[in-house]
Write a protein that binds this ligand. Structure first.
Ligand code: SF4
Length: 361
């Protein structure tokens, strides 16, 4: 069968910057070793071969992993290089390391490729590009069942086009965009729940005004405080975002923060592109939008806290915040689970409360 493969315009520009990377993927994460690499490591001779075998263990999820040394991959050298790559070559990297930060969502008839925001170099490409665009490659793949309802997928793809239009509407602030995305997702969710996916409802713009009426911020921060922390920089950022008072920011800071609006719109586009279509498997459209609303709310809060302290924040620092958030929350299965559980169980993440926070922050 033929498969359409979609690549964002920045995909092929990515090059790992290895020892120049400010937050190497070898730091903090536990690397899962795939079966084929494990078999290959049995045949490697010398000291590196012995190390490759002795540092493998089974983690609490039953995955074979490289046991961390002082919180980092045991092959991560102080120079920032990887000992496996340096001593026996790139082909010996396990699947996780060979592929990262490249990702693919394979839906059978089509597949969507992307980079992960949790890699600093990928984050620079994703957040500072000119505008979203895609390259399409048609490839022959073995026949397979798609395993989902093709009509629902059609509905979701069309709805995503409407959501993209909303994200890129220059007349709306990011907070307004996200508030409307939540309300539109609730409409789409009704259709999905009733299996009524022949026609995608039109998006109807909602009136918008900022307000200082308080949303429930305690529950919002409580979910983040439950999460595991991978990077030293993250904890003080969380704390600073939490203690920031709710007075409106001075006008000059608000204007300066708006300088990163393009970066935020690209981030929202990335979240839609990466996660929206997964609704075809679990029917949870609202959860996908809450994921990006929560990311924006926390990042905006951190950005404001940094700017109150430093008075200015270069674009590179805002990109670093988005990348750190992705590493700590979006790309961490345990932390994502905590957040997604809170979406269902904690009223602080209800649509009304999130809109209240969007209006307030
Ligand atoms: S995080 Fe990205 S740029 Fe940094 S070492 Fe890993 S792949 Fe390379």
């Amino acid at each position: 069968m033929k498969q359409e493969q979609y690549y964002p315009y920045y995909y092929k520009e990515f090059r790992c910057i290895a020892d120049k990377c400010e937050d190497s993927c070898c730091a903090g994460w536990q690397i899962v070793v795939d079966d084929e690499s494990a078999r290959r490591y049995e045949t490697v001779s010398g000291e590196i071969g012995e190390t490759l075998r002795s540092v493998q263990c089974i983690d609490e999820d039953g995955d074979r992993v490289f046991q961390l040394r002082e919180g980092n991959c045991p092959f991560w050298e102080t120079s920032g290089l990887c000992a496996i790559h340096r001593q026996i070559g790139e082909s010996y990297l396990c699947k996780t390391c060979r592929e990262f930060p490249r990702t693919v969502q394979d839906y059978g008839a089509f597949a969507e490729y992307d980079l992960s925001l949790s890699c600093p170099e990928a984050a620079r490409l994703i957040l500072s590009g000119y505008c979203p665009g895609q390259e399409v490659v048609i490839t022959e793949i073995p026949d397979e069942e798609c395993g989902y309802d093709p009509d629902l997928m059609k509905f979701l793809r069309k709805a995503r086009e409407n959501l993209y239009d909303l994200v890129w509407n220059p007349a709306y602030s990011i907070a307004h965009v996200l508030s409307d995305c939540l309300l539109y997702a609730a409409q789409l969710q009704d259709c999905i729940d009733q299996e009524d996916w022949d026609t995608v409802p039109d998006y109807i713009p909602e009136p918008w005004e900022e307000s200082l009426q308080a949303g429930t911020r305690e529950g919002f921060f409580a979910a983040f405080e439950e999460m595991e922390i991978l990077t030293e920089d993250w904890k003080p950022l969380l704390q600073a975002a939490k203690v920031l008072d709710d007075e409106p920011l001075p006008e000059e800071l608000r204007i300066a923060m708006a300088g990163f609006d393009g970066g935020y719109r690209r981030m929202l586009h990335y979240y839609l592109s990466r996660y929206w279509l997964q609704t075809v498997a679990d029917f949870d459209a609202i959860g996908r939008i809450k994921l990006m609303v929560t990311a924006f709310l926390m990042l905006r809060r951190m950005q404001a806290a940094c700017m109150q302290k430093e008075k200015e924040l270069p674009e590179s620092a805002s990109v670093r915040l988005v990348q750190l958030y992705s590493k700590e929350v979006e790309h961490n299965a345990l932390n994502r689970e905590i957040l997604e559980e809170a979406f269902f169980t904690d009223m602080s993440f209800s649509i009304e409360q999130l809109i209240a926070l969007l209006r307030q922050w």
